[in-house]
Design a binder for this molecule. Structure first.
Ligand code: NAP
Length: 454
């Protein structure tokens, strides 16, 4: 894919970028390697100061950074600004808590003194997606830098201006030269980087094929990997739930970020007793969504990021309808210029149709009716994904059952799935492995060294 900013509202090519030459890439790798030799000795105090400074920069220019995201990938400007604020919070969280997360931990053994120390590993490569162009990178970069590692970012090829802006933020915040760099390269250059002995580990957020490819190479070279891949999160609503709150949350959980969120609710699994009422309210709210220019404050849903994503979504909907599903609202691409797709609800979905197994990366909700909690959980668990799950009920026994039995990296009860710096984030099954955020996230890329003193 060419490295370019293309406005998803107009299709206009705003700016193109030349990928790094092999020599330029080598220069950056060598710089990162040299930077680690000194950066690993920096104090938590200095690191926290740089990261807090990055938070200040984010906050002071949140609209400017938000606009870059909106013009490159189409998220609404209001959500882009909120994303910048979330990145700033993440910076402040790790600036405050990393020293405690990585402090020596004593243990009791047969030695006179035993402890666990968390030491940085070196250069960590991050391959990142375009859907949360700042958040995805910050949630990697901030714990990476606070732990004393250095980071190399290979961002998605359609958000190069975001990638460059992020590197500039860390530079302006005082992060030492070479400790965080953006590499403008295509996906075809990742394999060699992972193989390079100076790169110690890698993380990828993106699609299954990309994750498989990176993990295979990392496996060959015996390097640690964290993968955050796709999802088809269930949103289960049982009859004791607060229906109005469940419906309004369901809408947000499906269409946030124009429907292009890994943890978006994608399959709405509703108990038969309340299904008609849920669906009627859900359809009404979908009809009221305002689709349009993501720069306008009244817009709820902007364009999809690329024409390929639009085409793929359209094909998935058509295939589902051809198999006999009903379209309750939407079901078509919008005629005007740009990558717009109408907010869509599908129901009566025949077994084996795409929503049962595939991720729909756009504003398309699939509704399923079930008899009871057992059927709901069985359906929720029937995909190959296992990222998040939202469960709605006011019955304590049902809540306990759902928490215990749902196969996912996170279960949110009576709320929508979201990421939060204070708690770990990640999936199971084909949604990936390893964790970001929280204490667990910052400990993914460190040498957990056992120290035993007789
Ligand atoms: P993608 O095509 O896999 O791209 C993600 C990144 O991987 C980009 O930087 C891309 O570079 C690179 N890439 C693609 N193929 C590669 C390969 N064979 N080897 C190495 N790198 C490769 O994914 P996407 O379409 O941008 O993102 C959507 C997917 O990401 C969805 O499935 C979504 O659910 C998932 N996602 C998951 C999370 C999570 O936390 N679990 C968060 C957000 C998104 P180029 O752009 O240069 O191709």
């Amino acid at each position: 894919m060419a490295i370019a900013s293309i406005n998803p509202v107009t299709g206009e090519v705003l700016k193109t970028f030349e990928p790094l030459t092999d020599q330029e890439l080598e220069y950056k790798l060598a710089l990162a390697d040299r930077a680690f030799a000194t950066y690993k000795h920096s104090s938590f105090r200095d690191r926290a100061q740089w990261i807090n400074q990055a938070a200040d920069i984010l906050e002071s220019k949140k609209t400017e950074f938000g606009i870059i995201m909106t013009i490159e990938m189409g998220k609404t400007l209001k959500s882009a600004i909120a994303e910048i604020e979330k990145c700033a919070n993440l910076c402040r969280f790790y600036a405050e808590h990393a020293p405690q997360f990585l402090a020596d931990t004593p243990a009791i053994t047969d030695a006179s003194r035993t402890l666990i120390r968390y030491q940085p590993m070196g250069i960590i490569l991050a391959v990142m997606p375009w859907n949360f162009p700042f958040w995805q990178v910050f949630r990697f970069a901030v714990p990476c830098l606070m732990a004393g590692n250095v980071g190399l970012l290979k961002h998605a090829s359609n958000v190069p201006q975001c990638a460059l802006a992020i590197a500039e933020i860390f530079h302006a915040a005082g992060v030492p030269e070479g400790a965080f760099q953006t590499l403008l390269i295509g996906a075809d250059r990742v394999a060699n980087l992972v193989a390079d002995s100076r790169v110690k580990a890698a993380t990828l957020t993106g699609s299954e094929p990309a994750g498989q490819s990176l993990a295979a190479i990392a496996g060959h070279h015996l390097k640690k990997v964290v993968l955050e891949l796709g999802g088809s999160d269930p949103f289960i609503v049982l009859k004791s739930a607060d229906l109005d709150l469940a419906v309004s949350t369901a809408v947000t959980a499906r269409v946030m970020n124009n429907g292009q969120t890994c943890i978006a609710a994608k399959r709405f699994i509703v108990e038969e007793a309340i299904a008609d009422r849920f669906i009627a309210k859900f359809v009404e709210k979908f009809k009221a969504l305002k689709v349009g220019d993501p720069m306008q404050p009244e817009t709820d849903v902007g364009p999809l990021a690329t024409p390929q994503i639009l085409n793929e979504l359209d094909l998935q909907v058509k295939a589902t309808v051809d198999l006999g599903a009903k379209v309750l609202v939407g079901g078509y691409r919008l005629k005007e210029k740009g990558n717009f797709y109408a907010p869509t609800i599908l129901a009566d979905i025949p077994l084996g149709a795409p929503p049962y197994q595939e991720e729909f990366f756009g504003p398309v909700a699939s509704v399923f009716r079930v008899k009871n909690i057992d059927e709901a959980i069985a359906l929720a668990n029937s995909t190959s994904f296992g990222l998040g799950a939202s469960f709605w009920s006011n019955d304590q026994q049902e809540i306990e059952t759902a928490i215990e039995q749902i196969e996912a990296g996170a279960v949110f009860v009576n709320g929508m799935v979201k990421s939060d710096p204070r708690v770990p984030f990640g999936g199971i099954k084909r949604s990936g492995f390893g964790r970001e955020l929280g204490l667990e996230g910052i400990r993914e890329f460190v040498n957990i060294k056992t120290i035993w003193i007789k």
